[in-house]
Each structure stands twice: as structure tokens, then as C-alpha cells.
Ligand binder design. Structure first.
Ligand SMILES: [Zn+2]
Length: 294
């Protein structure tokens, strides 16, 4: 069906997308992409990265735009693929009938899935657990995933354990934990922890063999989904990032991406907010057995 809204109708590329001939996807750029980005902004789906440089929609269909398309599709009950084709264009045309603001806001996001998290602390992190949790909730809520904290515990250690775990030594590896990592991941109660739940351990220092310290590590024993976070971690997204590693599983590559504000960005690039996930990452996350349908 031909697009009617004055903000879309005169653009040939958008009219083509409305027939999926061809749809618009990551890698595209131009006025047509800017029109889509502006539509998301007007609907209340922020485009912080895409507007950062120019102060307005940049027309570059990158990670953030793709993520917003996916998010919009999920909210509207459309096929979630991050590609703007017939159904997505028709929905935008319907919700934005004029060049001005939408006549009604998007309905509130209804969560479709959840992850179960347990928190075990042997030290207080620089960025408090509660802050890291809030940030994680916001990031995952974009994709209609709720974070349920089922249990939380300040773990009391014996003086001997405390001495050993003051610095948790061991390289960060998948499905393989060092003796001290194992000791950490056996500290505290396992009561109420289901096999498909994720336990978050807040430690003091995580140190690899080469002497480097880590903000966090998603290494855990094969059947015990868990992550470790160092008290010194300064990045507010550390918990969200490490949990995402677990959801993506060890076989997902690239492990880190050099893209600003992607939740799985490589450390020095993680500057932008809010963090988003790519569609490739989302597809894997939604295939995880650690994600529970609501
Ligand atoms: Zn990482």
C-alpha cells in the first residue's frame, strides 16, 4: 500500500520499502533513513547516537537504528528482523499521519520475556549493585526483557576464604574456572537458584595470570550460569555486559564489537549511552534457554 503521511509519501526509497522492493536495512544512508530515524524520535524511541554529531538524525542506518527498528517491531507485534519493509513502513505511516508529532503515544512496552538473576556479594562495588541493576533493567527492557532478581545476599566468608578471595586469580575463560573463581562461585547460598538462572558474584579484585585486572568476567562452570564483577569496575553497564555474554553463550562471535554504545563494545569504546544490542546479538539472546517467556 502506498504511503500517505507527508513525512514519507514523497520519498521514492520509502515508497519502495513500503512494498519491500527493496526494504531498507543496515548499511543504507540518506534522507530516507533520516526520515525513519526522525519517526522513531517522534515516537519516543531515542536516537542518542545517531543525533550526537549533527544534533539531528544523521541518516546513517547503523547499529542504533537497526536496534530501534527491532525494538519498534517488537512493540508493535511485527516480525522482528531490524529491516524496514512493508509491515514496518505501514505501521510508521499509520502512527505518524502528519509531519508533526504523533496523535497518540506508543502503547506502554509490555515485557515478553524475563531473565532470573541472583546476586551474591563479597564486597561492595564502586558502582553500587542497585545502579548496575537499574542500568541493566533499562537496557534489556528496550527488547521487552524483564530482569527478575530472585535472591540477593551479602556473603559472609571465613577469614581464610576472605584472605584467598581478596584477589580472585584466574584468566577469564569460558566453561573453565580457576580454583579461586570456583571458590567464589561456590560462596553463598545456592538455595532458590534454578539451573537456568544467572548468579552475579561481586568480588573485590579479578586478576588474570599476566597481572591485568578485569572489570568483570562471564567465565563459569558449564552447568552453572554465572558472572563475576570486580568492586573496582567503573562502567555502569558491567553487569548488563557480562550477563549478555552468558546469554550469547561461548560460541557467539564476534565476542566484542568495536562500535560505540553497543552493549558488547570493546572496552575503550564503551562511551555512548544508552547501550543497545545488534540484531545478530538479539537473535542469539532470544534463542537462549536462560531467557524465560512470560
Ligand atoms: Zn566482555
Amino acid at each position: 500500500m502506498a504511503l500517505k503521511s507527508p513525512r514519507f509519501a514523497s520519498n521514492a526509497a520509502l515508497q519502495n520499502a513500503a512494498r519491500s522492493a527493496p526494504p531498507i536495512r543496515r548499511g543504507a544512508n540518506g534522507q530516507h533513513v533520516a526520515a525513519i530515524q526522525q519517526a522513531f524520535i517522534d515516537l519516543g524511541l531515542g536516537m542518542a547516537i545517531s543525533t550526537k554529531k549533527a544534533g539531528k538524525a544523521d541518516g546513517i542506518f547503523g547499529g542504533e537504528t537497526e536496534s530501534r527498528v527491532w525494538q519498534f517491531q517488537a512493540r508493535m507485534g511485527l516480525t522482528r528482523d531490524g529491516i524496514v519493509g512493508r509491515d514496518t513502513m505501514a505501521k510508521l505511516d499509520e502512527l505518524l499521519p502528519t509531519a508533526g508529532p504523533p496523535p497518540k503515544p506508543l502503547p506502554p512496552a509490555k515485557m515478553t520475556h524475563k531473565i532470573n538473576v541472583h546476586m551474591r556479594s563479597i564486597d561492595n562495588p564502586t558502582v553500587p549493585e542497585f545502579t548496575q541493576l537499574k542500568v541493566m533493567e533499562e537496557i534489556y527492557a528496550q527488547y521487552l526483557i524483564r530482569v527478575d532478581v530472585l535472591t540477593g545476599q551479602s556473603v559472609g566468608l571465613t577469614p581464610g576464604e576472605q584472605f584467598t578471595l581478596n584477589i580472585v586469580d584466574g584468566d577469564c575463560k569460558w566453561d573453565q574456572v580457576s580454583d579461586e573463581q570456583r571458590l567464589l562461585q561456590n560462596s553463598g547460598s545456592n538455595q532458590g537458584v534454578g539451573v537456568n538462572d544467572i548468579v552475579v558474584y561481586f568480588a573485590t579484585v579479578l586478576r588474570e595470570k599476566n597481572g591485568e585486572t578485569l572489570q568483570g568476567c562471564a567465565g563459569h562452570a558449564p552447568t552453572r550460569p554465572a558472572v563475576m564483577i570486580a568492586a573496582s569496575a567503573t562502567d555502569k553497564t558491567t553487569m548488563a555486559h557480562e550477563v549478555c555474554h552468558v546469554l550469547l553463550s561461548s560460541s557467539f562471535t564476534p565476542v566484542h564489537v568495536g562500535e560505540d554504545a553497543n552493549l558488547m563494545c570493546s572496552a575503550p569504546m564503551c562511551t555512548g549511552q544508552p547501550a543497545y544490542l545488534s540484531v545478530a546479538q538479539l537473535n542469539r539472546v532470544f534463542a537462549s534457554k536462560l531467557l524465560h517467556k512470560l
